[in-house]
Design a protein around this ligand. Structure first.
Ligand code: FPP
Length: 235
């Protein structure tokens, strides 16, 4: 039987539990998000050490736009700060890290879009680790956007309806690479509109730890469990 067990190359993460972390410590929600953003540099380090090639992080969903204005503004401030930091970070260049943002980026304020464009351009040749920040992202929205692009191509006689298959469809998504595993922190067992197309054969892991609490031991334990899972891809 064709069974595959292998080292993970692409990890996706739902970074959940920032506000509950803050609440536990009797701190404002914004502090939870700050701690969450600080956790990113650890996670990137662990991924480099484990020779992971791609990391996709759910940083801001389409649904998150509906949170209170104060929280949304606070998150935008955090994105500004961290994209500016990434733009100045020499280790991104030294370690050949590519940074991309996937989602309806045009919904962010102009200065955030510019900062994103700058880091994407600056790192586009890097191939050691690709980090996809899913922002203004929704899985259903991604599928709708792909369908719109395909409909427009059909209208302009660039492709025919009969030519659409899984491969053609995937080529119209924000990105094509399927995660080997998805880690959701925060104790909830749901997928929350994250990568519905790309994760159909991903292995899912759910942690009780809140995102700012995730530690290296837990991360390595998940990688180890992944290595011991049999992946059949329906075969
Ligand atoms: C979910 O926790 C987390 C978010 C909505 C924001 C995640 C953002 C970061 C970790 C910062 C990302 C930084 C960059 C540079 C892109 P929650 O607020 O839903 O927490 P809860 O489940 O406790 O309510």
């Amino acid at each position: 039987m064709d069974i595959e067990t292998r080292q993970a190359k692409h990890i996706a993460m739902i970074m959940d539990g920032n506000r509950r972390y803050a609440k536990k410590l009797h701190l404002p929600a914004g502090v939870g998000h700050e701690k969450g953003a600080e956790k990113l540099s650890n996670v990137i380090k662990w991924c480099l050490e484990a020779e992971i090639k791609e990391l996709t992080l759910y940083a801001f969903s389409m649904q998150n736009f509906h949170r209170k204005q104060e929280e949304v503004e606070g998150l935008f401030k955090l994105f500004r700060k961290h994209f500016a930091k990434l733009n100045d970070d020499k280790s991104i260049i030294e370690k050949k890290i590519r940074i991309k943002v996937v989602g309806r980026k045009h919904l962010f304020p102009n200065d955030i879009q510019e900062s994103i464009a700058k880091i994407e351009e600056k790192t586009k040749q890097h191939d050691n680790l690709t980090i996809n920040f899913a922002m203004a992202y929704g899985g259903r929205e991604e599928i709708v956007d792909a369908a719109r692009k395909i409909a427009s191509e059909i209208k302009h006689n660039e492709i025919t309806a009969e030519e659409i298959d899984n491969e053609t469809f995937a080529n119209h998504l924000y990105f094509k690479s399927d995660p080997d595993l998805v880690i959701r922190t925060g104790g909830d067992y749901r997928t929350s509109n994250f990568l519905p197309w790309q994760t159909v054969y991903s292995e899912w892991f759910f942690t009780q730890s809140l995102w700012p609490e995730l530690n290296k031991e837990e991360f390595l334990d998940i990688l180890n469990q992944f290595n011991n899972r049999e992946r059949r891809f329906g075969k």
